[in-house]
Design a protein. Structure first.
Length: 262
């Protein structure tokens, strides 16, 4: 049997957490999931992750968190990220940044899975090169396991696609996050890497990428700052399930998940 990894796209606020509470155990049973990873950088009020929201999601069955540029948005993040071993932030932040950029986690069956988080630079912060950072981080992870999952938190589809090809055969999966819009280009690249440009969003879809429609529309119309609030209607869970050969680290299957949660 393959090692089945469920990755959940950006969880946005309380509606996203409610979706996890309602649907996660069903998904784990349906796909015989061995490891649940979620991008949690928007889980607390739509911006950031707190100790309490992380605890809540761990109780629902999330086993590991990736993140991105919003991981710093809550005041307790700096302290939490230094001690929580089930959380990674993008590895290509400058040296000395709190937290870890990659980690090895064990499934319930004892299989080791390397998890690497990277952040893009196109239309985003100018960080260290995600491509060169991936080289060094994957080399380190390969000392413990051939199963390596990469969350590439990036804006530009071109940058995500390029990293997918760059890591083909070295990572088991390269899955994009950040845009909150699930793409339909899932595939297994020639050397065995599962790829999807964006896993999407878990939260309210009667919204503009998770927040109430009115505020972003007003901001686009006026170009003035606006306070965003998390939307509450049309809740869905977006993600992807990847089946990986334990002996080779090559992806065998990839399937998108898009579930209406009320």
């Amino acid at each position: 049997m393959p090692v089945n990894i469920l990755f959940i796209g950006d969880i946005v606020g309380k509606p996203g957490r409610q979706a996890i509470a309602r649907e996660l155990h069903r998904l784990v049973d349906r796909y015989r999931v061995d490891l649940v990873i979620a991008n949690g950088e928007n889980a607390a009020g739509g911006f950031g992750l707190t100790v309490e929201t992380a605890k809540e999601l761990f109780e629902y069955g999330v086993q590991f968190f990736t993140s991105g540029n919003h991981i710093w948005d809550k005041k307790d993040a700096l302290e939490y990220i230094t001690r929580e071993q089930r959380l990674v932030r993008p590895a290509n932040y400058p040296p000395g940044t709190p937290g870890q950029g990659s980690a090895v986690v064990r499934t319930a069956g004892g299989v080791k899975v390397g998890v690497l988080n990277l952040e893009g630079r196109v239309f985003m912060n100018y960080l260290e090169c995600p491509f060169r950072t991936a080289d060094s981080e994957i080399e380190k992870l390969k000392q413990e396991t051939d199963i390596i999952f990469v969350d590439f938190h990036a804006e530009a589809t071109s940058e995500k696609t390029a990293l997918g090809w760059y890591l083909d055969g070295r990572a088991s999966a390269v899955i994009g996050t950040h845009t909150h819009v699930q793409t339909a280009d899932e595939r297994i690249l020639p050397a065995g890497t599962a790829y999807l440009t964006d896993a999407g969003m878990t939260g309210a879809f009667d919204s503009v990428i998770g927040v109430r429609k009115e505020e972003p529309i007003e901001k686009f119309l006026t170009q003035r700052p606006s306070k965003f609030e998390v939307a509450k209607k049309d809740i869905r869970l977006n993600g992807v399930v990847i089946g990986v050969d334990e002996s080779t680290g090559k992806a065998l299957t990839i399937e998108r998940v898009n579930i209406a949660c009320g």
